[in-house]
Design a protein around this ligand. Structure first.
Ligand code: CP
Ligand code: NVA
Length: 306
């Protein structure tokens, strides 16, 4: 594992190893055991979009590992004024030991990895959110004691989070059902990648427009915002189209009785999910947010610790 660009690049074993390491680091953290696995190492964190969880968990994670994180807003570095990815990758490779980037185009993240000589971690693009899904898998594992054989239902927009969930579930043997409105389905390439992985693990993949079909018998229910960063101008139109995909108690009742609710956050209560669900007893959203820290520390230790 040289980079974390897409979960599809990782084998089942690599994902399992990351989850095991995350569990171990989390336990040590709770016991107050220091683990300075990245003493003297530096991580540049480029942000072209807003963030609460990704920024704070990477920054704190790097500190807890004994390293040093640099926050680089794309408004402040020359990348935002048109300096090329090629030059940015080459220059940063001379100063720091790794880059985490949150941006729009997946191809920019891939180019950064291709042109530079240091590990690159995808902190969200329009197409992928691999770090989020590692934290989600850890959360499901903690609450359910296994991944293989469980069913996750994702209800909503077929973009970044859904794509990485398809990869993550297919690679770990979880069944996944994705329900999205017409015109907002997942990109076929990523569905095909997940189906290819599922052939080995035995996961079942269902793509549908029907939220009731998707949620039936699910162990894990997952929502994301309907208005992703950079799509604010589509808000009015999308709110109408997505309303039948709201996760409320009526829809939730079709899942297994002990189903848990996940949301990558930020959440918009009253749109993609109602308060009674997201703030209810089956919601594990804050465990999930916390696990960003532990899962990403495992990624950092694995990539930058060599
Ligand atoms: N879930 C997530 O990536 O949150 P932030 O946008 O706050 O980083
Ligand atoms: N789909 C959302 C995820 C936020 C973590 C977005 O891209 O804004």
């Amino acid at each position: 594992m040289e980079h974390l660009l897409s979960l599809n690049d990782l084998s089942t074993e690599e994902i399992q190893d990351l989850l095991k390491l995350a569990e171990k680091l989390k336990k040590q953290n709770m016991e107050g055991v220091q683990h300075h696995l990245l003493k003297g190492r530096t991580l540049g964190m480029i942000f072209s979009k807003s963030s609460t969880r990704t920024r704070v968990s990477f920054e704190v994670g790097m500190y807890q590992l004994g390293g040093y994180p640099l926050f680089l807003s794309s408004n402040d570095i020359q990348l935002g004024r048109g300096e090329t990815i090629y030059d940015t990758a080459n220059v940063l490779s001379r100063y720091i030991d790794g880059i985490m980037i949150r941006t729009f185009k997946q191809s920019d993240v891939e180019d950064l990895a291709r042109f530079g000589t240091i590990p690159v971690i995808n902190g969200l693009t329009d197409e992928m959110h691999p770090c989020q899904i590692l934290a989600d898998l850890l959360t499901v594992y903690e609450h359910k004691g296994k991944l293989e054989g469980l069913k996750l239902a994702y209800i909503g927009d077929g973009n970044n989070v859904a794509h990485s969930l398809l990869h993550g579930c297919a690679k770990t043997g979880m069944d996944i059902a994705v329900a999205s409105p017409k015109g907002y389905e997942c990109t076929e390439t990523y569905v095909d990648e997940a189906k290819a992985a599922a052939k080995t693990t035995g996961s079942e993949i269902l793509m549908t427009q029907d939220p009731v079909e998707a949620i039936a018998n699910a162990d894990v229910i997952y929502a994301d915002t309907w208005i992703s960063m950079g799509q604010e101008d589509q808000k009015e139109e999308k709110l109408k189209i997505f309303m039948p995909y709201q996760i409320n108690s009526r829809l939730f009742s079709k899942a297994k009785e002990d189903a848990i609710f996940l949301h990558c956050l930020p959440a918009y209560r009253g749109y993609e999910v109602t308060e009674e669900i997201i703030d209810g007893p089956q919601s594990v959203i804050f465990d999930e947010a916390e696990n960003r820290l532990h899962a990403q520390k495992a990624v950092l230790a694995t990539l930058l610790g060599k």
